[in-house]
Ligand binder design. Structure first.
Ligand code: PGA
Length: 253
């Protein structure tokens, strides 16, 4: 466990309708741990961002969005409320006008452009990386992920990288029920940190937060979070039910 503030983010993808979204909010009301201990976010379908923002009440919940493309994604957090956006991106507009807290997209080429656009809009992206099962089984994870991170951070300043979040999500573990062991997850998050150190130096690599994602469950989160290089989790399936989502946060109560 490091001194960096952990960030646990639920990723609903296209699950839930409005009624279920509101029921979820009612169930977690008053039950989230203090913001001092952990940052909590939910990435919801775009059409529920506004209800989430309006109905989260005083709960320390950052509202997020995700746009699916391919294996690389950018997630981000609003830091400032802006009056206009420099892009035509729907989620950025929503994010800006509603002060929504996170957005995301997958796809390397656009993700780099988007990371720049997001920073320009006062938003901090979360850059995600991860390898296929084939690459994992060939023992080429470190090489693959290093290449993704080097490409994904291209052109970003040390200050930007210090404030962003990177998520290691092995593709073979996403939604499959197969989770990387805490040791494997920590090792690869360590590889990511070492690439950041090589590119930006020790201070930046010590500051950047690195999440693990891929079939994280309430039962596995504690061990994952106890690892030196893992600063949070990106959770799909186990974030859908309020009880399970709260279970992911139990260790911070
Ligand atoms: P999962 O999804 O937890 O269902 O594997 C991970 C993700 O959506 O990032």
């Amino acid at each position: 466990m490091s001194s960096r503030k952990p960030i646990i983010a639920g990723n609903w993808k296209l699950n839930k309708n409005l009624k279920e979204t509101l029921a979820f909010l009612a169930e977690i009301d008053g039950k989230l741990p203090s913001e001092d201990k952990v940052e909590v976010a939910i990435a919801a379908p775009a059409m529920y961002l506004i209800p989430l923002v309006h109905h989260r009440g005083n709960n320390p919940l950052k509202v997020s969005a995700e746009m699916f493309t391919s294996k690389i994604q950018v997630r981000s957090q609003v830091k400032h409320h802006l009056k206009h956006s420099q892009t035509k991106e729907l989620n950025i507009l929503l994010l800006v006008t509603q002060n929504v807290a996170n957005i995301s997209t997958k796809q390397m080429k656009t993700s780099i452009k988007k990371a720049h656009a997001l920073f320009a809009a006062g938003v901090t992206p979360i850059l995600c990386c991860g390898e296929t099962l084939e690459t994992f089984e060939a023992g080429k994870t470190a090489e693959w992920v290093s290449g993704q991170i080097e490409a994904g951070l291209k052109g970003l300043t040390a200050e930007q990288v210090s404030s962003m979040v990177i998520a290691y999500e092995p593709i073979w573990a996403i939604g499959t029920g197969k989770t990387a062991t805490a040791e494997i997850a920590d090792e690869t998050c360590g590889v990511v940190r070492s690439v950041v150190e090589k590119l930006y130096g020790k201070n930046v690599s010590e500051a950047v937060r690195i999440q693990y994602g891929g079939s994280v469950k309430p039962e596995t989160v504690e061990e994952l979070m106890s690892k030196e290089n893992i600063d949070g989790a990106l959770v799909g399936g186990a974030s859908l039910q309020a009880a399970s989502f709260l279970g992911l946060l139990d260790i911070y109560k």
